[in-house]
Every structure is written in structure tokens, then in C-alpha cells.
Design a protein around this ligand. Structure first.
Ligand code: SF4
Length: 726
């Protein structure tokens, strides 16, 4: 038995594309439904049901989160898309590009105030979708009789459901011409159905029996069966291989096989396998050939450019050519459809766009805004010719280029990674890039939100202090479908708690008395300051700040500064550590011992007066005693008769007792030293002066003037006076 399989049997390009999109959705997260049956074929519906994708009739049937719908090739009204978006439902749009083209035409005609006539079936989902795109302001007619009943209009725009019959469409167009002053005809009929019928009729003349494979509910299969029967050749419609009865095949030398647009390849193959089983061994070779033919024809289906339509009107011819061209292109580029992620090679880079070879007829274009989420001035900063990119198909532009986005693929990849981190409760690294009301923005590949209450370091006064810091985070909220607010919310609370516990453990394992540690001033209070030592927060008491008296800790410390502290003691039982800052400073006594020596005359301030003398501060915190007998070179009854508190005096260090930490001072001796010094200086000066005066005597005698005589006498008198004082 010879088996002939009609070209283009089975899925059309639009249905193939919808099936592929649905297959892809089965791998995505969330629950997916097709809005209406994907194709009129129970086996296909069952196949997807087994893959977790059920069919729903309307959006009201959907409840719950993380839901997605697949819009089948028939397309839907924009109202339904809007409703789905408002409900936060994800959408995979598998509307056939040819149907989308009809939608655009309907929109255009409405804008230009045409009365739209849709040649289609009133309740067909595709027609209902088209009606939605022209705000339901269109009249649907399905035959010439209804065309006759149309009232006269000023301007009529005629479009068609893609699967309607061309002959009737042209007849309708002819009638409408008489109903208006201006008629615009858009032949939006897809040639897939017509081609399938034509190619089936081509082989039917060579066969004894024609098997038409397709679901009993499929209207295009029913049309195909009807066309075959009209030729007089025995024709039987079957849904699957098991429907075939052996007696049908008895005496059949040439068998024809064709299939409707909703019949998947695997059912056609099952029918061919069934034929193989029926055939005698010597026919097996032939069957194999037939199978090869199916595969070959399947490839041809994708690559073949449909023949140009024969038309009666030149305008209609042009429209049809363009529609057929689009259909052919759609098949040729192996259906990279809106929402597909494809690979391409960069062939040209301009500042504002990148041209990508995506393997089809059309060039792919990535506008700069779709190249990266980063701020760049030129696309050349990001890619170069020859780079291979993964890109998302956005849409086709008016010149037939495919608009692509790399940015969205990158973002999706990031989201995929983040979703894994979220599901596995992994920590992620990010950089804080800005602040907003109530929290911070964190770059974790995408921009996420960190609520202020989740920073994990208690109350934060100034969020901007965190900008630029790189930290670890955990994702606490992940929702790709969120329309408002951030899809990813991060937190440091848990990590900060874990970090603190680790630090605490490390601190107590290593802290020892006598160590010097770094501490960050967290809080200043009247009695000291609380320091963060990394795993321990301890009090540095005001008395341990300095040797000298500090009126308030804020006089020497600032919140946020890091200082060195000495560990005075460690009480592990009470988890307490005592700290000192002054221990790391030189004590006043150390300074005194280094700086001062017995016999030196220094300045000091009288800080206290007692009956036995006066205390003079020579360094902050160190006072020396000037005994009453050392206050003056005469007998003193009361110290206050000679000195007063706060008076700055010159004192001579009589003795330093480092063990007893006592210093004895003398104002009297200091004064004597000062006087002696003055005399010594005067005498030295005098001697110099005398030496200079003697020089002229060597050469010639010089007469002293009267004034010089007076000066000489006066200076001598001063010496006499000083001697008396001594
Ligand atoms: S318009 Fe044509 S190619 Fe598209 S789904 Fe319909 S029949 Fe298939």
C-alpha cells in the first residue's frame, strides 16, 4: 500500500508557536492555565493537563498567588489582558502574530472612524477578541446574505477572521462596495487553512481512501473532511490511530493522510505507525519512506513560503501578499515570538543601539535602554561585535526588525538566582545604594528594599550613613509578580544576630586582663561611655577616662569614634569587663619625673592654701607644697598674706619624693635665684660694656660726656641697691 501524506498536515505555524510557549510555561514557576482550550484536540489538552497546565474558561475561575495564563493563538480582547494584569496574573501571550495584525488593523480603523465589518463567526473566540480591539464597535457577518442587510455607511473597513473562506470574503467585499462611499478591504485571511485544503485535494486524486486526522470538535478538520468528501473519494475522519479499522484498509492500494490544524505531529506519527503494523513486512521499507516524508514535509511546512494568492482586485492582492509574507517570515524565523529568549551574535554596535544576528531574516535590535540597567553613555561600553548575547524578544517594529532586550534577560537571570537563594534561605551579598522613606535600597543584582527595622543594628538615626556599605543579607520577601513596591525585600536581622553571637563567642574566648583593645563609642552618658568591643558592649567609667578631672565624657569622646582601651579586669561569671582609657596614658607623676628635676625654677598655680603653706599645681593633677617658711625671705605669719588661690608663682623644686609622690617647693628660693640671675646677667652685660669702652683707650683717649658720667653713676647705684636687698 502506498501512503501519501498531505503537505502542511497538522499544526499551523501559529498553533505550533502557541504549543511551544505552553511547553515553555510548564517549566516556569507558579501555576499556569490556558485561557480557553489551546487547540481543539482532547489529546493535546490532556497532554498539558498531565504537565500541570489546565484549561480555564475565564479569569473568575482563578484564585491564589503566583498564577499565570497562556493566551492561545486566537488572541483575546485587551480588556481581558487588563483584568489579568490588575489581578497580578502573569501572562504568556501566544496570540498568533497574524491575529495580532488583525487587532492592530481593527484599532486603526476605529481611530479613523470607519464602520468596521468583521467577516467571521459570531461566537468564535478569535472574532470575540477582534471585537474587543475595536471596542465592540463592529458588525460581525458570516455570509453574503448578512452583507446585503448592512445599512449604508459613509466609510466601511472590512476585516476577516483569519480562518474564513477567501471566496466568500471577496463576495462580501463586492456587496459592501455598494453600501458605502469608501470601502477599505483588509484581507486578513491566513493561507494556512486554504493551503492545507489545497494540498489535501492535490493528493486525493491519487488515493482510494483518505484519512483525515483531527478532533471531532475541530471546525477546520470538519472543513477539510467536507472538502475531501466533495471530491467523491472515500474519506473517513479519525481522532487517533486506534480508531482505524483493518477492514477499511482492505483492497486499498493508495492511502491518503491529512490532518487539521489542531492535530499534533505525534498523532499523525501514531497513525503512520499503525499503518506500519498493518502492512506486510515487505511494505516496511515503504512505510519508513512515508515517515521520512512526514518529517521532511514538517520541515518544509516551517520553511515554505505560501504561494501568492490569486485575487480579483489589485489592492486585495497587495494586502494578501503582505499577509502571506508575514506568515512565511513567521515560519522561517522558527517563531522567535514575543517573550522568547533567544541567542544572537552582535553584528554592529552604535552608541544608542546594538544590531544582533538572531539567525532569521529579520535583524534584531537592542535599543540602549534595553541593553543594561546600568547608567551608560554608549552601547560600546557594554558590548562589542562578535559577542554572543541572550536576548528577550519584545516585539517587531514597523520596519520588520525584532526589538530585543538584554536587560530583561539579565534581570530574569538575576531573579532566578535570587529565587534559589530565597528558597534555600541563603545569604547574598549586596551594596547599599540609596535611602528611601522607611529603609534603604540595596543592589543585589537588582534593586531590593531593606526596611529600616531590618538593618539589624537597633535604631538607626541616619540611614544615609549606610550608603556605599557592602553587607550580607537574606531575602525575606520574593514576588516576581508584584506590581507596586519592591519585588525583593531583604533583611540583615537574622544575619546580624548570628554575627553578634559569633563575635560574642570570639570575644570571650580571647579577652584577657591587661590587653589593649579597640572599642567604638556607641553611647555617651553622664557617668561614662558605652563601647562596642566587637561581641561585647562595656562601660568606660568617667573616672577611667583620664588622670585629670573630666567634667563630662563628651569633652573627650565622640559617638562613633574608635579608641584604644585597656582591659582592667575580666569577670567571666558575671560577663563583665572593666575598661580604662587613662591606663594607656602617662600618669601626671610619670610626666613630673620625666620633665622636672630638683633645683629647677618653674611656674605653677596656687590651688590651695593651708596654715602650713600653699599648694601649687605644677602639672594637671600634681601639686607641690610650698612650706610657710619657703614663702618669702622674711617671717610669714599667714600664707594668705603672701599668696592667693589662682595666683601664678615661680617656685623652685626643692625635692621630689617619687615613692611618697611628694614635691617640696620654695617661692623664696625661686625669688632668690631669679634675683641672682638678674644680677649675674647685669654684671655680665656691664663687663661686656666695659670691654667695648676700653678699646678706644688703646688708640686715643676718649673724653666721657656728662651724660655718660651720669649713666655710670646710676648703674653703680643699682648694684648697691640689689646688694642691700640680698
Ligand atoms: S492565523 Fe493562521 S497561522 Fe495563525 S493560528 Fe490561525 S491558522 Fe494558524
Amino acid at each position: 500500500m502506498r501512503i501519501l501524506v498531505a503537505k502542511n498536515a497538522g499544526f499551523c505555524a501559529g498553533v505550533k508557536r502557541a504549543v511551544k510557549i505552553t511547553e515553555d510555561a510548564a517549566h516556569k514557576t507558579g501555576i499556569w492555565y490556558t485561557l480557553g482550550p489551546l487547540v481543539h484536540n482532547d489529546a493535546v489538552i490532556e497532554h498539558f493537563r498531565n504537565r500541570g497546565i489546565d484549561t480555564i474558561d475565564n479569569l473568575e475561575q482563578i484564585t491564589g498567588d503566583d498564577i499565570g495564563i497562556i493566551i492561545r493563538s486566537h488572541g483575546v480582547s485587551p480588556v481581558i489582558i487588563k483584568q489579568a494584569e490588575e489581578k497580578g496574573i502573569r501572562i504568556q501571550d501566544a496570540t498568533c502574530p497574524l491575529v495580532s495584525k488583525v487587532h492592530k488593523t481593527a484599532e486603526l480603523l476605529i481611530q479613523e472612524n470607519y464602520d468596521i465589518i468583521i467577516f467571521g463567526d459570531n461566537q468564535h473566540p478569535e472574532t470575540l477578541g477582534i471585537l474587543g480591539w475595536c471596542n465592540n464597535r463592529a458588525t460581525v457577518i458570516s455570509d453574503v446574505e448578512q452583507a446585503h442587510n448592512i445599512d449604508r455607511k459613509t466609510k466601511i473597513g472590512l476585516i476577516s477572521q483569519t480562518t474564513k473562506d477567501l471566496k466568500t470574503f471577496l463576495a462580501v467585499a463586492a456587496i459592501l462596495m455598494t453600501k458605502t462611499d469608501e470601502l477599505r478591504i483588509f484581507n486578513t485571511i491566513c493561507s494556512a487553512t486554504k493551503n492545507r485544503v489545497e494540498q489535501t485535494l492535490e493528493i486525493i486524486r491519487q488515493v482510494d481512501l483518505m484519512l483525515v486526522i483531527g478532533d471531532s470538535k475541530s471546525s477546520n478538520t470538519a472543513t477539510l473532511t467536507k472538502e475531501c468528501l466533495s471530491t467523491g473519494v472515500k474519506t473517513i475522519q479519525i481522532e487517533k490511530a486506534d480508531d482505524i479499522q483493518d477492514e477499511w484498509l482492505k483492497g486499498v492500494s493508495n492511502l491518503g493522510i491529512t490532518a487539521g490544524a489542531s492535530t499534533p505531529d505525534w498523532i499523525i506519527k501514531e497513525v503512520l505507525d499503525r499503518m506500519t503494523a498493518y502492512e506486510e513486512k515487505d511494505n516496511q521499507e515503504l512505510n519508513q519512506e512515508m515517515e521520512n516524508q512526514v518529517i521532511q514535509q514538517d520541515q518544509e511546512m516551517e520553511n515554505e513560503v505560501p504561494p501568492t494568492q490569486a485575487t480579483e482586485n489589485e489592492d486585495t492582492q497587495n494586502q494578501e501578499d503582505s499577509f502571506a509574507k508575514m506568515e512565511a517570515e513567521m515560519a522561517e524565523i522558527a517563531s522567535p515570538s514575543k517573550g522568547d529568549v533567544i541567542k544572537g551574535t552582535v553584528v554592529q554596535v552604535k552608541d544608542d543601539e546594538v544590531m544582533v544576528d538572531v539567525g532569521g531574516k529579520s535583524e534584531g535590535l537592542i535599543p540602549l535602554r534595553e541593553l543594561t540597567s546600568k547608567e551608560v553613555n554608549s552601547a560600546k561600553d557594554i558590548v562589542k561585535v562578535g559577542d554572543e548575547l541572550e536576548v528577550l524578544v519584545l516585539k517587531w517594529d514597523d520596519e520588520g526588525n525584532i526589538l530585543l532586550s538584554k536587560k530583561k534577560v539579565d534581570a530574569k537571570k538575576e531573579m532566578d538566582k535570587l529565587e534559589v537563594s530565597f528558597n534555600q534561605n541563603e545569604s547574598i551579598r549586596g551594596t547599599i545604594i540609596g535611602s528611601v522613606k522607611g529603609g534603604l535600597l540595596v543592589d543585589i543584582g537588582i534593586t531590593s528594599f531593606l526596611p529600616a527595622s531590618h538593618i539589624g543594628e537597633g535604631f538607626v538615626k541616619n540611614l544615609d550613613d549606610y550608603i556605599g556599605r557592602e553587607m550580607d543579607f537574606k531575602i525575606i520577601e520574593f514576588n516576581r509578580n508584584k506590581r507596586r513596591g519592591s519585588q525583593v525585600v531583604v533583611s540583615r536581622k537574622e544575619l546580624a544576630g548570628e554575627e553578634r553571637a559569633r563575635e560574642r563567642e570570639a570575644f570571650w574566648a580571647s579577652v584577657e586582663e591587661g590587653q589593649i583593645r579597640k572599642g567604638k563609642v556607641k553611647r555617651i552618658v553622664d557617668y561614662g561611655a558605652f563601647l562596642d568591643l566587637g561581641g561585647y558592649e562595656g562601660l568606660l567609667h568617667i573616672s577611667e577616662l583620664d588622670y585629670k578631672r573630666i567634667p563630662h565624657p563628651s569633652d573627650v569622646l565622640t559617638e562613633g569614634e574608635e579608641i584604644d582601651v585597656f582591659i582592667l579586669g575580666v569577670d567571666r561569671e558575671k560577663s563583665r569587663v572593666s575598661l580604662s582609657r587613662k591606663k594607656l596614658m602617662k600618669s601626671p607623676w610619670e610626666i613630673v619625673l620625666e620633665k622636672y628635676h630638683e633645683g629647677e625654677v618653674i611656674e605653677g598655680k596656687v590651688v590651695r592654701i593651708a596654715t602650713f603653706g600653699a599648694f601649687v599645681e605644677i602639672e594637671p593633677g600634681v601639686d607641690g607644697l610650698v612650706h610657710i617658711s619657703q614663702l618669702a625671705n622674711y617671717r610669714v605669719d599667714k600664707p594668705e598674706n603672701v599668696v592667693s588661690v589662682d595666683q601664678v608663682v615661680k617656685v623652685k623644686i626643692l625635692g621630689i619624693d617619687s615613692e611618697q609622690k611628694r614635691i617640696s617647693l620654695s617661692i623664696r628660693e625661686a625669688q632668690e635665684d631669679v634675683d641672682a640671675q638678674a644680677v649675674a646677667e647685669y654684671l655680665e652685660k656691664q663687663e661686656q660694656s666695659n670691654t667695648e669702652e676700653e678699646v678706644p683707650e688703646v688708640s686715643e683717649p676718649v673724653e666721657l660726656s656728662e651724660a655718660e658720667d651720669v649713666a655710670e653713676v646710676t648703674e653703680s647705684d643699682e648694684i648697691a641697691d640689689l646688694t642691700e636687698t640680698e
